[in-house]
Design a protein around this ligand. Structure first.
Ligand code: ADP
Length: 444
């Protein structure tokens, strides 16, 4: 009670004291007239009518606040009107501020060179800017509230959303407009809202295609003149009439021509892998048989590590393009041969477990320092350029391995220690493992 009394405003106190004085005066007048109850009832009646009139005025003003100015009332009703006016003015100020900010935000997002789409927890569209609307052909009235995968149906985009937005995003080609679009979800820290950014990467894609085409064409064009040069060099090497002083230069020229041939062959193979089309059909490939053959080829080489072991722990087949799987295995094996001394050891292993199929090539060669490992699959990356060149490597072997593995949904794991040796392991998903049927076993 004390708390309520202390919370009364001066005008509240004024109204209470006015009522008390009026009641006291009415009581005294009633005593004088001998009709206390009647006089008190009349005074209370008048008081109630005045209050009701004030309530009606306030209610009328509240309903027509926009056009009517506040009623001029004294006492507690005047105080109520002042408080309501203040709250209303504050609300109007905030609304104007928020509207201004929203307008500014719209202006900025419309001017943005990128598309932005705000998605809800089920990927439903909550908002998008003009650029995203234009590129994805979205309409505000029609598409807000609809799940984006029902409108942008490109498989790699749907896969990107399904797999929890991997960091490399998704790049899709819009066949209708010939535009390449890159999608990336910006993590907002909450699953309730996701901001999907869309970029037009057509120019970058075009440049990349041009680069790939150029490399493929240049390699192709270089092949014929090189064949002629190699032919003449072979003829010169076999010519008994050649001055012996030329023997060594001709040998070196043949060696360099052979290196160029390897580089061109690898460049063409890489271009083919990058072009995205499989040159051959996928089919179950006998990896154990392929490794046995590759081992035989190594043993037939002039120089090779003495001990080349084969650990075939599964006879399962692997679904893939045979030439590409052969390229993976032969590149890894030829590296192991190149970088392992004659007294070293190589182990080829093929096994299947719950995680899928695995192919590993382990050697006890020179090994690779840790800082080089992440860059090994880059084109022309060599740990020791001089040594790798003298070994006749093109610097493209592991780049080919990486691309061929990617086309088989597989990954490459590299473990290596300098001076101890390296293990290159390819991990293929279980979906590619094909159990060897009785017919295949019979043929084998
Ligand atoms: P290259 O044709 O030069 O061998 P690669 O792409 O096959 O090119 O390999 C890239 C580099 O990785 C090589 O130059 C070499 O330095 C290193 N490397 C690859 N395999 C091995 C290995 N088994 N042992 C040691 N170093 C290796």
């Amino acid at each position: 009670m004390k708390k309520i009394l202390s919370a009364f405003s001066p005008s509240g106190w004024q109204s209470v004291s006015r009522l008390c004085i009026a009641l006291l005066a009415a009581w005294l007048l009633g005593l004088a007239l001998g009709r206390v109850a009647l006089v008190l009832a009349i005074v209370l009646g008048i008081y109630s009518i005045v209050q009701l009139w004030n309530v009606l005025r306030v209610e009328y003003w509240l309903r027509n606040r926009r056009v009517e100015s506040p009623p001029d009332i004294s006492g507690v009703w005047g105080e109520v009107v002042t408080i309501i006016s203040r709250i209303y003015r504050r609300k109007q100020f905030h609304r104007a501020r928020v509207t201004g900010l929203l307008r500014e935000f719209r202006r900025l997002t419309t001017a943005m060179p990128e598309g932005a789409v705000l998605l809800g927890p089920d990927h439903e569209i909550l908002w998008f800017n003009g650029r995203a609307g234009e590129w994805l052909r979205l309409r505000r009235k029609r598409d807000v509230g609809i799940r984006i995968e029902n409108l942008v149906r490109h498989p790699s985009f749907v896969e990107y959303l399904k797999t929890g937005y991997p960091s490399d995003g998704a790049v899709v080609e819009d066949l209708e407009t010939d535009r390449w679009l890159a999608f990336n979800v910006v993590r907002t820290g909450t699953a309730e809202r996701q901001l999907l950014m869309v970029r037009d990467v057509s120019q970058e894609q075009q440049l990349q295609h041009m680069r790939k085409d150029f490399v493929a064409n240049a390699s192709h064009e270089l092949r014929s003149p090189l064949t002629v040069i190699s032919g003449y060099l072979d003829a010169l090497a076999d010519d008994d009439a050649l001055d012996p002083a030329w023997n060594s230069p001709v040998l070196e020229m043949r060696r360099q021509a052979e290196r160029m041939r390897t580089i061109i062959k690898d460049l063409l193979e890489l271009s083919k892998l990058e072009s995205g089309e499989h040159t051959q059909e996928e089919q179950p490939v006998d990896m154990a048989g392929m490794l046995s053959l590759l081992r035989k080829e190594v043993m037939a080489l002039e120089a090779h590590p003495r001990n080349v072991r084969l650990e075939l722990q599964s006879d399962a087949l692997l679904k893939g393009v045979e030439s590409e799987l052969h390229s993976i295995a032969s590149n890894l094996i030829s590296n192991a041969v190149k970088y392992t001394p004659v007294e070293g050891e190589i182990e080829l292993r093929w096994w299947v477990d719950d995680d899928g199929a695995h192919l590993s090539v382990r050697d006890t060669g020179m090994g690779i320092a840790e800082e080089h490992i992440p860059r090994l699959t880059e084109r022309f990356y060599r740990v020791d350029p001089g040594r790798a060149r003298s070994m006749g490597g093109s610097g493209l072997g592991l780049a080919i391995v990486k691309h061929a593995l990617q086309r088989h949904d597989a990954t490459l794991q590299v473990q290596s220690k300098e001076g101890v040796g390296s293990t290159f392991t390819c991990h293929f998903p279980s979906a590619r493992v094909v159990a060897r049927s009785a017919d295949v076993l019979a043929i084998a």
